[in-house]
Design a protein around this ligand. Structure first.
Ligand code: SAM
Length: 326
């Protein structure tokens, strides 16, 4: 079992397989994109698999693939099917913007992916285009329907609510009344290289919750084994679920169970810390599995107690979210 200095059990690795993305969401990236990590610096799938095997033997049992946009990386399906064969990995999931999901959903399911998160910030086509700077709303929606059809369960929508940009709390929540979806509302965080984050732009989880309560009674759902920081609810009579993630207003660092692996092979101990532990160096200089394990333990010891958003200690991190893995 992997325990950090604050006695948190660390069993979750989020892997960013690429920093490339086929959207340019305003709050995440500038229109021209961000300078990309060079091809040679990106971990190969073989390298990632080796890291996961070593880490899994130590106690990592949950893996999420993210990016950038994970589905734009060539060979992703074959990679997932090899990843899903690692016995110790009991929960394998993926976060996508959904553009390529219609084409890939069936293959993802066959490759062993169980569940999927689709990021979608607006149900209004024109607004979606304005936020993402791309005209892909139809493809994302079709992709999500395909995910439901092939049985990627649960299929979750991640919605980052930003005041004045996409205040569509009620419309998103109502989706759960008649679709077997989980809609997760996520507070806007101070990360990314996009348009400037302002605290006043956050729609807080308490505000979001009280608006959903106007639709119907919110019934809490007890946490399940693989649940992350989302507090789960169901609107009375609804088919789907609501998830509330108060990343800023109620930091959940006390329950944090995760490490991140960047596309260029650095372990990050917190989304909001620039501390990075290099594992690519070990892989490419002929290091042993024992050396990799030692780096994992260094990362574990370096995991901060909490993030410092909303305090004078907070410093925006150097890397863009797309190069860390959101
Ligand atoms: N391309 C994939 C996607 O769209 O889901 C994975 C990468 S994306 C960076 C992962 C998630 O991070 C998305 O749901 C996105 O909305 C979220 N994200 C990016 N910047 C954010 C911010 N400043 N605050 C909250 N969430 C953010």
């Amino acid at each position: 079992m992997l325990l950090d200095p604050y006695k948190r059990k660390i069993n979750y690795l989020r892997i960013s397989v690429t920093d490339k993305c086929n959207l340019r969401c305003r709050y995440c990236m500038p229109e021209e994109g961000i300078p990309l990590i060079s091809h040679g610096a990106i971990l190969t799938y073989e390298e990632i698999l080796r890291i996961v095997r070593v880490f899994a033997a130590e106690g990592i049992s949950k893996v999420r693939l993210t990016g950038g946009e994970p589905l734009v990386r060539k060979g992703i399906i074959d990679f997932i099917s090899r990843l899903s064969q690692i016995e110790e990995i009991k929960d394998l999931s993926l976060t996508t913007n959904g553009i390529l999901l219609k084409e890939y959903a069936q293959d993802l399911k066959r490759a062993g992916l169980k569940r999927i998160n689709v990021s979608l910030d607006s149900l209004i086509k024109e607004r979606f285009c304005r936020i993402t700077r791309r005209d892909e709303y139809g493809r994302v929606w079709n992709g999500m329907e395909e995910a439901l059809r092939v049985g990627l369960f649960p299929t979750k929508i991640n919605m980052v609510a930003i005041k004045g940009l996409n205040d569509e709390i009620e419309s998103f929540a109502r989706l759960t009344l008649h679709l077997p979806l989980t809609v997760r509302f996520i507070e806007y965080m101070p990360s990314g290289n996009g348009e400037e984050w302002k605290e006043s732009d956050i729609l807080t989880i308490p505000q979001i919750k009280s608006r959903i309560e106007n639709i119907g009674k919110l019934i809490p759902i007890p946490p399940a084994q693989w649940d992350g920081p989302a507090k789960r609810f169901r609107i009375e009579g609804a088919i789907g679920e609501i998830g509330l993630i108060g990343a800023v207003s109620s930091h959940f660092c006390g329950d944090c169970n995760r490490l991140r692996l960047t596309p260029d092979g650095k372990i990050r101990t917190c989304l909001f810390s620039d501390e990075e532990i290099d594992v690519r160096e070990i892989l490419r200089k002929g290091g042993s599995d024992q050396n990799l394990k030692e780096r994992l333990l260094v990362a574990l010891r370096a995991k901060p107690e909490r993030h410092h958003i909303n305090t004078h200690l907070f410093k925006k991190c150097q890397r863009n979210m797309s190069a860390i893995g959101g």
